[in-house]
Design a protein. Structure first.
Length: 414
């Protein structure tokens, strides 16, 4: 092999996946490091993916994959790496340079055809990406503004907003006289479905508790809405049904952004001790139980995903007992997201916890599936672990949560 060709091949071998993907005009979905898409060679919808952090690619349809740009280029362009001309062509693609030794390469016509195809693919992907991220950004910004408008329009709980205090008291969360964070809307519409003209339908309008999702600078990025019905025990929330399917609808909604944010309940985030779990009622019941400790900030994550963050796929495990039916009704093992956080996470993958927090008490939900919850709580602890920070996990009695335990205890006293 001529020295020039040898050098050329070496250069090509050192091209990382991210650069090779650009040269191949592949799609960057913008979701961190993993970029799934149809395989340029095999088709499909998300059969092909490359990962810029792991420097890997693979094609499920073609059963191929690896950690070099040359192999990826060969697969995408249908080149056979065992043929020297094809191998050099793959090198030329990832380097974006012609092959130094002209003798063995494909005809000039073939080469320019493949370059035209790659250029076309690159432009198409760029156009799609621009359109998609544009609309996604607009949508997210609109949702954020709506969420803020709902929160801003609601009244602070104190002089007004008695129903919020009554609701929390009924749920076993004690008597709060006022709240810096929680608010009250006297008649908030519950939108569900569309009419025949495609306009959203207000299925219900009524009193609601509004809580903000705040980011690290305590700016509201979203809101959490709980519709209230104090006549409707035991949860004191309205029973709303889908008119078409008669299915019971959730009486809580989240608007705007949630991921990465948290719901402040009581106290100040400057506290060194933080206490919270998934839901508002659980956090509030626990706060009441320990009498709203002045050294503590109480919060809710909104849901388990935002509390624990995504799991390392390698830590997935089979549920020891439960099965799940597949499309044909056959019981299959149920896979559970594991206790280890996914590596290389973004800050927004789970709620933020201030650096100065030295004790983070995590409240588990006793009425959710036990194994799944335990794995998620372990993941939350691992994710938020820091030197010098204690993270105890507190469990309610099996089958209940702190709110229902508090409500029962209140009944026994009364
Ligand atoms: Zn393929």
């Amino acid at each position: 092999m001529q020295a020039a060709v040898a050098l050329f091949v070496e250069d090509a071998r050192s091209v990382p996946i991210v650069d090779a993907a650009k040269k191949l005009g592949l799609k960057f979905s913008g979701n961190r490091h993993e970029h799934p898409q149809p395989c340029p060679q095999c088709g499909g919808s998300d059969t092909f993916a490359f990962n810029t952090a792991k420097n890997k690619w693979n094609c499920r349809a073609g059963g191929a994959g690896g950690n070099d740009g040359i192999g990826m280029a060969a697969h995408c362009e249908g080149l056979d790496l065992h043929r020297r001309a094809h191998f050099l062509e793959a090198c030329a693609i990832v380097l974006g340079q012609p092959i130094p030794d002209e003798a063995e390469q494909e005809s000039a016509e073939e080469r320019s055809r493949s370059l035209r195809r790659i250029e076309q693919r690159r432009r198409q992907n760029e156009t799609n990406a621009a359109g998609k991220s544009g609309t996604q950004l607009e949508f997210r910004e609109r949702e954020r503004q709506r969420a803020r408008a709902i929160y801003d329009a609601a009244a602070p709980v104190g002089k007004y907003g008695r129903p919020v205090a009554d609701y929390l008291a009924a749920r076993g969360c004690g008597e709060i006289s006022s709240s810096r964070w929680l608010r009250y809307a006297s008649s908030l519409a519950y939108w569900h479905g569309q009419d025949e003209r495609g306009h959203p339908v207000a299925l219900h309008a009524g009193p609601a508790m509004i809580a903000p999702f705040v980011d690290r600078s305590l700016v509201a990025i979203g809101c959490h809405i709980t519709w209230l019905d104090l006549a409707c025990a035991p949860k004191f929330r309205p029973q709303l049904f889908d008119p078409a399917s008669s299915e019971l609808l959730p009486s809580k909604k989240m608007r705007g952004l949630k991921k990465g944010g948290l719901i402040p309940l009581f106290g100040d985030p400057s506290a060194r001790r933080w206490v919270g779990g998934e839901g508002i009622e659980n956090g509030a019941a626990f706060a009441c139980w320990e009498n709203w400790r002045p050294d503590t900030f109480y919060f809710a994550a909104g849901d388990l995903g935002n509390l624990a963050g995504p799991a390392d796929p390698a830590s997935r495990f089979v549920h020891p007992v439960l099965k799940t039916p597949d499309a044909k009704g056959v019981a299959r093992p149920l896979m559970i997201a594991g206790p280890i956080p996914r590596p290389n996470q973004d800050a927004h993958d789970a709620m933020w916890v201030a650096q100065h927090v030295t004790e983070l008490v995590l409240l588990a939900d006793g009425d959710s599936e036990r194994v799944m919850t335990a794995a998620a709580m372990a993941r939350a602890r691992a994710r938020h672990a820091r030197p010098g920070r204690a993270i105890p996990i507190v469990w309610p009695r099996p089958g209940s949560d702190f709110a229902s335990m508090a409500a029962e205890a209140a009944k026994r006293v009364a």
